[in-house]
Structures are given as C-alpha cells and as structure tokens.
Design a protein around this ligand. Structure first.
Ligand SMILES: Nc1ncnc2c1ncn2[C@@H]1O[C@H](COP(=O)(O)OP(=O)(O)O)[C@@H](O)[C@H]1O
Ligand SMILES: [Mg+2]
Length: 276
C-alpha cells in the first residue's frame, strides 16, 4: 500500500496559548472525497487551514508526499493544494474574472505571465460554477451565494490535485448547495482529485462522503464510511442530539432525523374544537 499524499502526524494547533487540536493523526485517502463534520468550534476550520498550510503547527506536521509542509516552498504547495477558507477576504473592488484569475498564480512564471492554459482554466472554472455572466462585476457587490461560487471558481482555476473546501455551501440556497456538492463529486470522479470538505450538514456529509471524519473538541471521534460513522450513538456523542437514523430514500446513505423536541406525555395534545 502506498502512503497517502496528505496526512497529519501528531499535529498540535493553537492560537496563542490555547490548544485547539492536540496531537491529531489524520490520513486523507487519495482520490476520494473526505468530509469533516463536528459541532461548532470543534476545530474543523483550524485543522483544514493547517492541512493547507495557512496555519503553522505548534508541533507535529502535515505531510505532503512524505515531506513536511513547513519545509516546502509556498508555490510548490499551491500547485498541489487548493484551499478555500471558511471566510475568505477579497481584495477591494476586484472583479470576478480577476479574482478567479488569481487562482492561476501558482502556475505562472516570470517568463510567461498569462498562458492559453490559464485562460482555459479560468473560463472553465467560471462556467462550472455558473459565474461566467458575472465576470466583469465587482466581487463586493455580489450576493453571498454568488460570491461563494466565485471563490469556488478561484479554487477550481488553481487546478490542484488536492482541494480543501471549508463549508463551501454556506450562503447557498438548496439548489446551489446540491450543485456545488455535485460539482465536488464530479471533480473527484472525472479527474481523480482528492477533496476534503468541511460541511455542517450531517445529512449532506453522509450523502457525499466516501470517507467521513467526525471531530469533537479537536479530536477525531470516528472515521470511516458514512454507514459506519453516522449512527444514533455517534450523533448523540458528538452533537448531543437524540435522533433516528434511517436510510436516505434517494441514496440509501444514513439520514439523521432529529428526535422530538418535546415529550408527548408531558405536553397536552392541542385539541381542536375549543375555538369560540
Ligand atoms: N484566529 C483565531 N484566533 C483565536 N482563536 C480562534 C481563531 N480561529 C478559531 N479560534 C478558536 O478555535 C476554536 C476552533 O475554531 P474552528 O476551527 O474555527 O472551529 P470549527 O470550524 O469547527 O467551527 C474555537 O474555539 C475558536 O473560537
Ligand atoms: Mg469552521
């Protein structure tokens, strides 16, 4: 068995003195869609940023093709790993086309600023994310959902073998959520890309993940196929939620249905017929 391209070894991540992730070991399976789930503030974004070298480990390492990210040149990493953070910040007044084009920076050389391949990657990325019509608009003036799709286009234009996306469906309506997640699947399927996505929706996670990682307070509590991970017991343990897990009627993946928020025996049923 060959080693996975991306992994974390005894990774400890902290802000100032506050440790958020403590000696985490995580292996990202090649050519698969890995989805990370877990309650708010458990360290999902922190972990993803470290996998993309946006955050420097306190100790331990993230390994890319067996080498510590800390030892690799930024440009080389950016040719291999694309990262869309949870709340990316666009330069002021930049247009959609210019922002997406920034995804090409890691592929440019001093002797050639802009190639046909760059042009093609940008056009294709904008088409796939349905933002081509917005090309000349300023990113500032877009809706949250449009802006999110532009960021995804930028990450696609970067054309990396590894793609890390932090809650890419936030701000999107349900049709665009499904579209983005289908696109993630497609990218993985067509090009064998390795994708890591943080999702807050457990049911979407169970639908789209090949490999599901459940985190709680900076630790991996469970990982495996959605069927292995998403159980009533796990949802209770990780999210503190009573639920029933049934097969998704469309995909057969586990579907979490929250339990009743009130107890029928403690609440008098609302009878009709009392109106004046
Ligand atoms: N830039 C930061 N500075 C200080 N603390 C942070 C920063 N980013 C995140 N944290 C803290 O680290 C913890 C984990 O955050 P995060 O990784 O964003 O969680 P998640 O993505 O799972 O919601 C939280 O307690 C959060 O408040
Ligand atoms: Mg987050």
């Amino acid at each position: 068995m060959t080693a996975a391209r991306l992994s974390a070894r005894e990774l400890t991540l902290a802000y100032e003195d506050r440790t958020v992730v403590d000696r985490l070991d995580l292996t990202i399976p090649d050519g698969k869609v890995t989805v990370i789930v877990g309650p708010n503030a458990c360290g999902k974004s922190t972990t993803l940023r470290a996998l993309g070298r946006l955050l420097k480990p306190k100790s331990g390492a993230v390994l890319l093709d067996g080498e510590s990210l800390a030892k690799l040149p930024t440009k080389k990493i950016a040719q291999q790993i694309g990262l869309l953070p949870q709340t990316p910040v666009a330069p002021e007044a930049i247009t959609v086309a210019d922002l997406v084009a920034r995804g090409r920076q890691p592929h440019q050389h001093w002797w050639q600023q802009w190639s046909d391949e760059d042009e093609k990657a940008v056009t294709e990325a904008m088409e796939r994310t349905d933002v081509a019509a917005l090309a000349e608009r300023s990113v500032d003036e877009l809706s949250g959902g449009q802006r999110q799709r532009v960021w995804i286009a930028m990450a696609l234009a970067q054309d990396t073998g590894l793609l890390l996306l932090d809650e890419p469906t936030t701000y999107l309506d349900i049709a665009h959520q499904v579209e983005v997640l289908d696109l993630v699947r497609e990218l993985n399927h067509d090009r064998g890309r390795t994708v890591v996505v943080v999702l807050h929706d457990l049911n979407q996670a169970a639908r789209y993940a090949d490999h599901l990682v459940a985190m709680k307070t900076g630790e991996v509590v469970a990982e495996g196929t959605p069927a292995e991970v998403v159980t009533e017991e796990l949802v209770r343990q990780v999210f503190g939620l009573e639920c029933v897990v049934v097969p998704d009627p469309v995909t057969g993946s586990p579907l979490v249905v929250p339990g009743p928020p009130w107890s029928a025996s403690a609440t008098a049923p609302a009878h009709s017929g009392t109106s004046a």
